[in-house]
Design a protein around this ligand. Structure first.
Ligand code: SF4
Length: 516
């Protein structure tokens, strides 16, 4: 019981935001969305493979984690909880989740509160055509027609146990009369508007599908046959990012196509294109910030693309300087690229406490004034008297950047030239990223010179949008860049409902803490 109580208090700390406060958590940048994983692999330890895949996807969501597993034809068992992957699952949990197929999820809330009810995988069991359909579902993205679909389902008498749009997708699929789950998905998919990279599990297969615009990533991988089983067959897995395959010894095969439905099951891999031909709108911010640098998306390894962004930053805005430093870790690849292009030395200007996000003790009044020092400690011996180029990937509200500039000044920097490997963020995201409101964004309604004055730096340059596309070797026509430009690629996005739109009074769910 003691362990359970301890876990509950940790989860409360996560749930009430202490663990993501500016002192303890990550920067005040955009919040990553979610990560999904799924595999069909009889003979393999599916829950353990799912655990480590989620561990690799942890950067995409730190509020909750969950795994659903099943034996072919048996029961679906789900374990989900508020907290980080390594806090949520014990060895015993993984043993209980034994099976031949599994899906998993890590969450940062984009529709619905950070409450246990909204953690995933969502599990639903509905009667259809005289039989029951049981599904577990994990979703990355955001539906822009969630309220409309929710109202329709309520009218049909469907009840919900959460306020996330993911349960709407699960309910639509579980209540559909089609015999095959793939047929149900093929009918439901065109009714969903917005971003959805989704994995669904029944008792005998895993089905993954991606929205017709391909807003969020979804990759397909192949597991090696088991060495100690000569009859073992090639098995497949899906994940938000290919870094999840590396950690479990799987090989990246290809991206799931926008509008495609893939089935992982006894027959191996099957695919059908359900919604072809829509305007592609992959999130350009995945290349800049969200995805891990070792992931491969649209045939690009992001570490390389981000280094190229740094090179182009230098070409666009060279400046007399002595030293290049990164805001760790997000600014590292672009700083390396910029230093390479400039022929300038690069060094660590800060030491980062890598464990700070796992501290659940609030800093209190006395320590609060030291703010970001709990996370970044500047190195005066490196910085003092130097004309610095400081590289970071993005600025949203600017609170953290302002503190970083002040810390560098206090450490004796002679000049501070900020270089940001993204354009100014001026508009909210309706496709699964929590970005603050327009009014909170420092670049909204301000010129670059005004933002530089607000931050207290000597100069500021944001990478141009053309520079971003040059770095990733692609064009605007196939991407979404709405948070920079305000050009939302999906009709109806401006009227999209907010994060708490499915909650009574549109305010967060009351916190319920950990569940047994
Ligand atoms: Fe990505 Fe920005 Fe588009 Fe959202 S608005 S999908 S963060 S590019």
């Amino acid at each position: 019981m003691a362990a359970r109580d301890g876990r509950a208090s940790v989860n409360r700390a996560m749930a009430d935001g202490r663990a993501t406060s500016p002192e303890l958590g990550d920067r005040d940048g955009p919040r990553d969305e979610c990560g999904v994983f799924g595999l069909y692999a009889p003979g393999h330890e599916v829950s353990r493979l799912s655990y480590f895949a989620l561990y690799a996807l942890q950067h995409r969501g730190q509020e909750s984690a969950g795994i659903a597993a099943a034996d072919r034809g048996g029961q679906i068992i789900t374990r989900r909880e508020l907290g980080l992957v390594n806090q949520v699952f014990s060895e015993n949990d993984l043993r209980t989740l034994a099976g031949e197929l599994a899906i998993g999820h890590v969450r940062y809330s984009t529709t619905g509160s950070n409450a246990w009810e909204n953690s995933q995988p969502v599990q639903r069991s509905e009667g259809t055509n005289g039989s029951r359909r049981e599904v577990a579902l994990a979703h990355n993205g955001n539906l822009i027609n969630a309220v409309e679909l929710h109202d329709e389902l309520l009218e049909r008498g469907v009840t919900f146990s959460s306020t996330s749009d993911s349960e709407i997708i699960a309910a639509l699929i579980a209540t559909h009369p089609a015999e095959l789950v793939e047929d149900a998905i093929a009918e439901v998919l065109p009714r969903l508007h917005g971003a959805f990279s989704t994995v669904v599990m029944t008792k005998d297969r895993v089905v993954a599908f991606r929205d017709p615009h391909g807003l969020r990533p979804l990759s397909l991988g192949v597991l090696k046959p088991l060495e100690d089983d000569p009859d073992s067959r090639v098995r497949y897995c899906v994940a938000s990012e290919s870094c999840a395959f590396d950690i479990i010894g799987a090989r990246f095969l290809r991206d799931v196509e926008p509008g495609e439905v893939v089935t992982l099951g006894e027959e191996g891999l099957q695919s059908r294109m359900v919604a072809p031909g829509a305007r592609r709108a992959f999130c350009v911010f995945e290349y800049i910030y969200f995805a891990r640098p070792d992931s491969r998306i649209n045939d690009r390894v992001l570490q390389v693309a981000r280094g190229r962004m740094g090179e182009i930053l230098w070409r666009e805005a060279p400046v007399e300087a002595d030293l290049v430093i990164a805001v760790p870790d997000s600014g590292n690849p672009a700083a390396r690229g910029l230093a390479r292009a400039a022929g300038l030395p690069q060094d660590d200007g800060f030491v980062k406490n890598r464990y700070v996000a796992r501290t659940f003790i609030a800093p209190g009044q006395e320590l609060r004034k030291h703010g970001l020092r709990l996370k970044f400690n500047p190195l005066p011996d490196v910085i003092a008297g130097q004309r610095l180029i400081v590289v970071d990937d993005s600025i949203v509200r600017g609170n953290t950047t302002r503190q970083i500039v002040q810390m560098l000044r206090d450490a004796g920097a002679a000049e501070i030239h900020l270089r940001i490997s993204a354009p100014p963020i001026k508009h909210p995201c309706h496709y699964g990223i929590d970005m603050s409101t327009r009014e909170e964004m420092i670049a909204h309604g301000r010129t670059t010179a005004e933002v530089a004055a607000e931050l207290g730096c000597d100069s500021l340059h944001y990478l141009s949008l053309d520079g971003v596309y040059e770095a990733v070797g692609s064009t605007r026509e196939t991407h979404c860049d709405a948070c920079f430009t305000g050009d939302y690629p999906l009709a109806g996005s401006d009227g999209a409902a907010g994060k708490y739109s499915l909650e009574e009074g549109n305010s967060p769910l009351p916190l319920v803490g950990a569940q047994p």
